[in-house]
Design a protein around this ligand. Structure first.
Ligand code: 3PG
Length: 213
């Protein structure tokens, strides 16, 4: 898969809804219910971070949920890329971008949303052909004003800002012309997941899905 093809696919994922839930799931037995709660609330694109021992199994379970588009986050190594693809992930997300990760995603036909935090990093990815990138960590890097400033000289790169994004500040990003969607963990808070409060999570997803962009 070329970087251009990857960016086209990443844009398609980002355009599904204003928010991509960032999920840290410990227990694969609740994966389908959690995914269904988010999908029913209007958030079909789901990022499952590879930060728990259960993550690959969670991806495989969530991939069975109708209407869901399941990706793997926290891709750090080529092995992560191969394992995510094998588990059924249809897109990948990385906190930063290295040649090893870009090579692995291209070789494995896994569309990547590569992380970037500065103009130089965005330019380097753009040189390789990646026009859709994740701005990470968004809030710590200056938030929406920083992303807006990057968009002035580099308007052809579109972003999914992630990290410190909330229901309260998401509109600051979503109103920018270079923001396709945002990523955030607030739609699946640990207390609601632990309580298996799927109705509560669907309500949070609906609220997020209704954000204007
Ligand atoms: C992450 O990598 O954990 C994501 O950026 C989510 O960040 P958040 O918890 O601040 O939404």
């Amino acid at each position: 898969m070329t970087p251009q093809e990857a960016s086209k696919a990443a844009a398609d994922v980002c355009n599904l809804a204003p928010v991509v839930p960032v999920l840290v799931v410990d227990d694969a037995s609740i994966a389908q219910d959690l995914a269904a709660a988010l999908v029913h609330g209007g958030l079909p694109a789901l990022e499952v971070t590879l930060r728990t021992p259960a993550a690959l199994e969670v991806i495989a379970e969530m991939a069975k949920v109708a209407g869901g588009v399941v990706g793997a986050g926290t891709l750090l190594t080529p092995q992560d890329v191969e394992a995510a693809k094998a588990a059924g992930a249809t897109f990948g997300v990385s906190p930063g971008a290295t040649d090893l990760i870009l090579d692995a995603c291209e070789a494995n036909d896994l569309p990547l949303l590569p992380g970037t935090a500065t103009a130089s990093e965005a330019m380097r990815l753009l040189e390789r052909g990646y026009t859709v990138q994740k701005f990470f960590p968004a809030a710590a890097n200056g938030g929406a004003p920083a992303l807006k400033a990057i968009g002035a000289p580099i308007p052809q790169v579109k972003f999914c800002p992630t990290g410190g994004v909330s229901l309260q500040n998401a509109h600051e990003y979503l109103s920018l012309p270079n923001t396709l969607c945002v990523g955030g963990s607030w739609v699946a808070p640990k207390d609601l997941v632990t309580a298996k409060d799927w109705a509560g999570i669907t309500a949070l997803a609906k609220e997020a899905a209704a954000l204007a962009r």
